[in-house]
Write a protein that binds this ligand. Sequence first.
Ligand code: NAD
Length: 261
Amino acid sequence: SWVLLVIDRDIEELTAMVQRARRAVVFTGAGMSTESGIPDFRSPGGFWTRYKPIEFSAFMSSEEARREAWKRFFAIHENLSAARPGAGHRVISELMRRGHVSHVITQNIDGLHAASGVPPDRIIELHGNGTYAACLGCGKRHELAWARDELELKGRTPACIGCGGIVKSATISFGQAMPEQEMADARAATLNADLFLALGSSLQVFPAAGFPVMAKQNRAQLVIVNREATGLDGLADLVVHAELGDVLSALLARLALTSTN
Ligand code: NAD
């Protein structure tokens, strides 16, 4: 069909860009993981739109807010812990193995890039990680199973075994400061990038969405792949409005063809 033909030409262009790239940055949003069964942020009726988010300041100041935040977190976590990497995650890991991609910057908290084989030191998690918890005082890591026992068996919100500080899932809440090291790492990877691929993000959440802008200003090529239009489509060298699993699988297939010729 006409649509497939247009997408096909886009895939050809995308393949040529990726093939030339040596330090591409892949930047992913919630759309990367919908094919793994984790709903994205803005899909109607999705978990995330059902509740008003609990602000970080409320979490810090109110025991009741902490209880509610943990309850919601464990409801989401059921879904996260069952998820497996999809075709798109696996293609990204393969592009890195082939030397085209230097880093993955992700807004996702699901840990699926690591699960697909991307080395942990190449993954920059801007919004934290939902597969464990951490003390807000001393930073000590705590396991979720322990936090759950504290809440459900002992009836108390988790406090740090080391320093007594407040323990929270290792994710970044609304109103919470962005992680300094990750922001610095993301900036360094972006400024070093020869190609920047923004995949499955509405590019509306800042400061995360500032990285594609930074890449483009630094003269990297910018590609956006998303099911629907994003806030930054006008800035990109190539925009593909299609399903990520399809686009990335087609990219890898074509890359494999052109590399053996
Ligand atoms: P978003 O929900 O704002 O945007 C996701 C975009 O992906 C949407 O524009 C949607 O149309 C598109 N999309 C969905 N499935 C797709 C597919 N299969 N192929 C192509 N496009 C697809 O997500 P965001 O920009 O990441 O911002 C949401 C915030 O919520 C993030 O900060 C993130 O931390 C958090 N969040 C994380 C997860 C996760 O860890 N998997 C899930 C939901 C929300």
